[in-house]
Design a protein around this ligand. Structure first.
Ligand SMILES: Nc1nc2c(ncn2[C@@H]2O[C@H](COP(=O)(O)OP(=O)(O)OP(=O)(O)O)[C@@H](O)[C@H]2O)c(=O)[nH]1
Length: 296
């Protein structure tokens, strides 16, 4: 699913990927699903790409949330010439996390996988109008937990466009394998993400479309999935100190677009070893603190 504020170039990205053309003007009002089959990393891949409406109104909001639940990977897009669209990514990522966690809590294996979100800054060809630097984009990508970050120009480069979809698919594949392994990391997959621009067999005869594209990766690791999935699931399901379950609106209302990020609590880099596990008494106090600290 391609998400982002209106005008950042979502339709341009999808149409360019499928037709290889940059057309210039697109129907902005419609939400469309494109079916497209291509070969990536020597495998045939069947994409269903949802080009979402940029600024949904009240009545379209429920639809947006059900689309988020449907999607298995996200391309979260902003324009480097528009600071508002950059800030909007923070809110949209919050919405993705919220809907995905809620779904994981109510369903079984398939939805246990962490859904990859690729952050994309578009329109780098408009250098004179740039309002968001590469560093800011890279930092934000890490802060909001995206799997990798790209800066591209849909207008100028088909290769950069392809590399975005290629990464979305690669990280989706890692996530789905991880879920199928019952949460164990597949050692054959992770090293390949250490070398994201390494050539595959299929690339030996054709130029690597990913080469020379600035891409910043964040690896899925078992620890991160443990932290993001398990710990956060407890937090999002918690009951507030007043004894009421958090309502969806209340939870969503915390998403802000003012570019300030709420402080994230310090977390240990590794899960506690069994002999360090808290006693039952201590466990209860951790849970209580989780509830009270649930204010952002
Ligand atoms: N200069 C430049 N313009 C771009 C680029 N990508 C898209 N555009 C232009 O940005 C405008 C908006 O593009 P769209 O693809 O319609 O944006 P959108 O995000 O789908 O917008 P909504 O459908 O309203 O949500 C169009 O005029 C595009 O031609 C790019 O890489 N560089």
């Amino acid at each position: 699913m391609v998400l982002g504020q209106s005008g950042v170039g979502k339709s341009a990205l999808v149409v360019r990927f499928i037709t290889r053309r940059f057309i210039g003007e697109y129907d902005s009002s419609l939400e469309k699903i494109y079916a497209y089959q291509t070969i990536i990393d020597n495998e045939t891949v069947y994409f269903e790409i949802l080009d979402s409406a940029g600024d949904p109104n009240e009545s379209e909001y429920a639809n947006l949330e059900s689309n988020i639940k449907w999607a298995e990977a996200f391309i979260l897009m902003y324009s480097v010439t528009d600071k508002c669209s950059f800030d909007e990514c923070h809110r949209l990522k919050f919405l993705i996390n919220y809907n995905k966690r809620r779904r994981r809590l109510t369903s079984s294996t398939k939805d246990c996988m962490e859904t990859p979100v690729v952050l994309v800054g578009n329109k780098v060809d408009q250098a004179g109008d740039r309002m968001v630097s590469t560093d800011e984009g890279q930092r934000r990508s890490k802060e909001i937990g995206c799997v990798c970050f790209h800066e591209i120009s849909v207008r100028e480069s088909i290769d950069q466009v392809c590399s975005v979809f290629r990464d979305a698919r690669r990280f989706w594949r890692v996530g789905s394998k991880w879920a199928r392994c019952g949460g164990r990391t597949d050692p054959e997959l992770l090293p390949s993400l250490d070398r994201p621009h390494a050539r595959t067999v299929s690339d030996t005869t054709a130029p690597d479309p990913v080469a020379n594209v600035p891409t910043f990766y964040r690896r899925f690791t078992e620890v991160e999935l443990y932290e993001e999935g398990e710990v956060s699931m407890v937090r999002s399901d918690s009951t507030s100190s007043s004894g009421h379950s958090e309502g969806g609106d209340e939870f969503r209302a915390r998403a802000s677009t003012d570019s300030r990020l709420p402080p994230r609590p310090e977390r240990p880099r590794h899960p506690a070893s069994p002999r360090n596990l808290p006693t039952p008494m201590r466990k209860m106090s951790v849970s209580m603190r989780g509830n009270n600290a649930n204010t952002y």
